[in-house]
Ligand binder design. Structure first.
Ligand code: ZN
Length: 473
């Protein structure tokens, strides 16, 4: 992604025009970090991912402030070529981050969250929102990924526009951008001078609910970096003549979605949802017996969480799940199974940002939206939250009524994908009333659980939820 060099005066204009020249245009990503918002309502339709058969969310994250990252992207059966494109982009950014700022104390954070734009008929559209605190240009960047089920092909945002209409489309965009404060026409011509830079600049395009096209430009692409991202919305009437055949189908499936997605997937993994139901309340008295609270963050994940629930049921062990809202939305059935199995469901934010870097409104959004998703899945509001990376301050505390939960035994299982090592860490460090940190997004962590349960049960430990531990102490 290219970045302009601008005169200081233009930077100043850009900063002053923050609330007028640019707009995130969407309440939806609301992920990490400060960003400019115009307060305009989101014109982009969002999709309930729980409807997508066989959906898996690919998560990776750390829980350490010295190396704060959390990435996610969806894997939808049938759209393998699109999944591969997202995987390449996400893994590339993560590798750069881990080689660079991770562990050097710069405080930079990488967060990549996902959002479904369209999942209807033969069209799938996803936006990935990246907040990269370590990037030289800094801040937010977004990209939309498209899958054409009819052709069986991955499409980029530019593919929404017919090849023969791209010059007219770009001219239409430039016309609208020229009037914006901070945008100079020389740089604009430069940005759109070559096909490769056009594809790069037009990385985020999606339809509005009334058939218009929303084009979002990352920071520094068409205006001064200080002005953040710029958004142009072309009306349905304006953009329709420029659309490709796929673009027209994507537009139609956005405006009037059909009831289901059919990408012609030949194999869809069958959902596994444990049906174990806990019998009554837990009457363990932690003043009389040795208790321990296992906690599992960042899920739910299919199929790992289902496997974990089966292990816990075998030992009649209870645990606490600090769930990430965007994963709850994709797998509410697993969160329901957690609650039905006698476990506690806590809140771990919507997209796993460092909450101490957000405004009170953004913190409230991250936690409130997640609590609502948990309530929809379980019928019960959570009472606990775990701040991502254990990062908490007075602003975070006062932005929520949820009670924070940290930990005293860290398995570092996000770093060590080794079941034997993870199990041994818990067994060696466990003490009476310990709160143990693990992650149920990793198969290796889930695979460590039977040995932990077997060994600690033999040593007289009782596995209780965090709220139970707190209430009986
Ligand atoms: Zn986490």
């Amino acid at each position: 992604m290219r970045t302009h060099t601008l005169l200081p005066s233009l930077l100043l204009i850009g900063a002053l025009s923050l609330t007028t020249a640019c707009s995130s245009g969407s309440a939806e990503p609301a992920s990490a970090g400060p960003r400019a918002t115009s307060g305009s309502p989101s014109p982009v339709r969002t999709v309930d991912p729980a409807r997508l058969k066989g959906l898996e969310i690919v998560n990776d994250s750390s829980e350490q402030r010295s190396c704060p990252f959390a990435t996610s992207y969806p894997d939808v059966p049938g759209a393998e070529a699109m999944t591969a494109a997202m995987k390449k982009d996400v893994e590339g950014r993560l590798a750069t981050f881990r080689e660079g700022s991770c562990g050097n104390g710069s405080g930079g954070e990488l967060n990549i969250s996902h959002q479904f734009l369209v999942a209807s008929g033969d069209v799938l559209g996803v936006r990935l929102t990246t907040q990269d605190g370590s990037a030289a240009s800094g801040g937010l960047s977004t990209r939309t990924y498209w899958y054409d089920g009819k052709a069986g092909a991955y499409r980029t945002a530019v593919d929404l526009i017919a090849g023969g209409a791209r010059n007219a489309f770009v001219a239409g965009l430039k016309e609208r951008l020229k009037g914006r404060e901070g945008v100079d026409s020389v740089s604009l011509d430069d940005t759109f001078s070559a096909p490769a830079s056009v594809t790069s600049a037009l990385g985020d395009m999606a339809f509005t609910t009334d058939g218009g096209l929303r084009v979002s430009f990352d920071r520094g692409v068409v205006g001064p970096p200080a002005a953040g991202n710029y958004v142009v919305i072309l009306s349905k009437k304006t953009v329709t003549p420029w659309l490709s055949a796929f673009g027209k189908r994507a537009q139609r499936q956005t405006v009037t979605p059909t009831s289901s997605l059919d990408l012609g997937a030949t194999q869809t993994p069958a959902p596994v949802v444990p049906t174990h139901t806990a019998s009554g309340d837990d009457d363990t008295d932690c003043q009389k017996v040795t208790c321990i609270a296992l906690t599992f963050d960042d899920g739910p994940a299919a199929p790992e969480t289902a496997t974990l629930l089966t292990y816990l049921a075998q030992y009649k062990a209870r645990a606490t799940f600090f769930t990430v809202g965007q994963n709850v939305a994709s797998h509410p059935e697993l969160v329901h199974a957690e609650a039905a199995g006698g476990h506690e469901v806590g809140n771990h934010s919507w997209s796993h940002p460092d909450l101490t870097k957000l405004s009170p409104e953004q913190i409230a959004y991250q936690l409130g939206r997640t609590s609502a998703a948990i309530k929809a899945a379980t019928g019960k509001e959570p009472v606990l939250f775990r701040p991502p990376y254990g990062a908490i301050n007075a602003t975070v505390r006062s932005a929520t009524k949820l009670s924070p939960v940290l930990w005293d035994v860290d398995t570092e299982d996000w770093k060590y994908r080794d079941s034997a090592r993870v199990a041994q860490t818990v067994i060696d460090k466990a003490q009476r009333n310990s709160v143990v940190l693990m992650h149920d997004i990793h198969p290796t962590s889930v695979a460590a659980v039977p040995q932990i349960l077997r060994t600690l049960t033999a040593r007289g430990y009782h596995f209780v939820t965090v709220s139970h531990l707190r209430a009986t102490l």
